[in-house]
Design a protein around this ligand. Structure first.
Ligand SMILES: Nc1ncnc2c1ncn2[C@@H]1O[C@H](COP(=O)(O)OP(=O)(O)OP(=O)(O)O)[C@@H](O)[C@H]1O
Ligand SMILES: [Mg+2]
Length: 225
């Protein structure tokens, strides 16, 4: 059964403007994410896509409104509870890979698991690396990888703790068209295989057709397209 795992109600986010007043980026936005689903969020630059994704992923807090993860209200959780929730249930992939340059690829992939359990799990990290097609790069350092390979490693890392939701903010934005398409397809296959939900933010309307639901963020609200 696919139940609602993440839900936000009447979400607002305002940023103070330098002189006076505030920039109202999100204005009363509602969204429901069900388990094992894929959701696209498109919108022009500056429309608030990253702001929304960060708030849904508990990396930032809303000015107003409620967010529920599995029916628990995230705004009411302590910082410690939230960071445990993030580490155990959420995975993140950004436009920049944010791999740690001093760690090898496999060490980077294992890091979320190490933070959670204080143990290593080479076997699972190797399995993920072979699924994303870079097993033979596992002992390389990030600066020895191509842009597409770095994003493949970031996908493996995001899946390491078997997350319920993967938040992806323009993960193909830095890649050429061919590689962007391949990484997008890979990400969809990986979330299907590992039964995560995907929330995928992009400028690229071409990706929308492969996602189960797509919304346009416009004037601080989501329109279904
Ligand atoms: N911390 C902040 N302080 C003030 N304003 C902010 C802050 N973060 C974002 N903004 C503003 O909020 C608006 C939305 O920004 P956001 O990064 O969410 O857009 P976006 O849709 O992700 O754009 P892009 O497609 O270029 O990544 C922008 O006008 C931005 O300048
Ligand atoms: Mg953005």
């Amino acid at each position: 059964m696919n139940e609602i795992i993440l839900k936000c109600e009447n979400l607002h986010k305002y940023f103070p403007l330098p002189a006076e007043g505030e920039l109202k980026v999100l204005r009363g936005l509602d969204l429901e994410i069900v388990s094992q689903s894929s959701t696209g969020i498109i919108g022009v630059s500056g429309s608030g896509k990253s702001t929304l994704l960060h708030i849904l992923g508990s990396l930032d807090s809303p000015t107003k409104g409620k967010i529920f993860y599995e029916e628990k209200e995230m705004n009411k959780m302590s910082d410690e509870k939230l960071s445990n929730l993030r580490n155990a249930h959420f995975g993140f992939i950004f436009q920049f890979h944010y791999l740690i340059s001093e760690l090898t690829v496999i060490e980077n992939v294992m890091l979320p698991y190490f933070i959670k359990t204080n143990r290593q799990n080479n076997g699972y990290a190797e399995k993920l690396l072979s699924d994303v097609g870079i097993f033979e790069r596992k002992d390389y350092y990030p600066n020895q990888l191509s842009g597409g390979e770095l994003q493949r490693a970031a996908i493996a890392r995001a899946l390491m703790n078997k997350p319920k939701i993967i938040f992806a903010d323009e993960p193909t934005g830095e890649l050429d068209n061919e590689n962007a398409g391949k990484v997008f397809e890979l990400l969809l296959n990986m979330v299907n295989k590992y039964k995560s939900s995907l929330i995928f933010v992009t400028h690229n309307n071409n990706f929308a057709k492969d996602l189960q639901k797509t919304y346009r963020l416009y004037l601080g609200q989501l329109e279904k397209i």
